[in-house]
Design a protein around this ligand. Sequence first.
Ligand SMILES: [Zn+2]
Length: 430
Amino acid sequence: MRMLEENNFNSDLDDIINALDENIDRSELKKKLEEYLSYGVPLDQAKNTLIKQYGGTPIESQKKNLKDVQVNDRGLNLVCRVISINPKEIEVKGEKRKIFYGFLGDETATRTFTSWKDFEINKGDVIQITNAYSREWQKEPQINLSESTDITQLDPSTIESVVRSPATAKIIDLRGGMGNVEVTARLLSLEEKIVTARGKEKKIYSGLMGDTTGKIPFTSWKDFGLNENDVLTVTNGYIKSWRGAPQLVFDENSQVEKLDSDKLPPEKIGTPLISISVLIERGGGVDMMVEGTVLEVLKSSGFIYRCPDCNRVLRNGICGIHGEVLGVPDLRIKVILDDGTGSLTALFNRELTEQILGMTLDECKTTAEEAMNYAIIEHKIIECMAARPLQVTGDAFSDEFGLTFLVRNVHFVSLDIQKEANELLKELEE
Ligand SMILES: [Zn+2]
């Protein structure tokens, strides 16, 4: 109590006066503050009670709303609900590091976040964030929690409801772990399937949906009377990861509204070019397009034999599962493709390999046998592809080994761009 008597509360009184528009008598304010404290009211609460009494905005709520966060804000104080959180292993200067990413929400907006430290926060937590910063991510501010950020757990009722995550999310922005998403898309393909769930047979509906930003596989656990080419708004769906890539799921908790079909005509359905880093961050996707330079043609490209039973590539005529078998000849190419933002493994099947080499499988076999060297095909591939800039479309999936891109279409990018790419390659090598 002695400390309290000696305290003149100067900075606290300043806080209160600064939060008020009108001029308040300082000594009167001091008297009231001391009175509250003598009743055992905590200092911060007493200050805010006084501010409210004089018609000011309490200091606590001078925290920023998510919708007001700009790119490159520093010293951000926020109160948010953790909508989703996922761990992710990244490499920083050759060292493996675990970070976390997901979505935060409050009554005004939802934003992506990255946490560079394990704050032991979970989905559904309401947290007070002190001293975070923001940076730009896909043209929107992203909240970053760093070593110097403080997190305090609050009562979950502090935020009753989070504004619906991005009013209408674009397909390219969907990520595994997101909940409560609203997507407007065109139904590009539809399949019915009977599955057994909890011992009961259930009909599910799956296929592909698309909007102007991309395509996404979906599964519906309820019969919404879907038809191919419907244009739909799905509300309260959620995003699961399948082989690393996002997939839209909706069920009896979701709503499906059919829109006019010309709201999203087929020619507006996009396959936009995205950076490899975004594809990696997304975990993959269906019908994606990336550009990059071939940094390396991987061994095991070229003329190969596959197991007739399991399709695995044989090593010296031996399948890892089935032992010595009569191999089926095949062609494939595996390369590391890099666009400066990240790299992936791109896989080309027999048809594409034939197209790239300008040789059929039979011609490759004859050439290799005449040279008595199967590696000759691999060398030809290196000649065709090393350091070449490519644009590829196809499906991408990820696992613990990284991102694999199954190429469906390949386009060799023009020579001017190749020059640029060669310079990039030089830079990378240095
Ligand atoms: Zn086999």
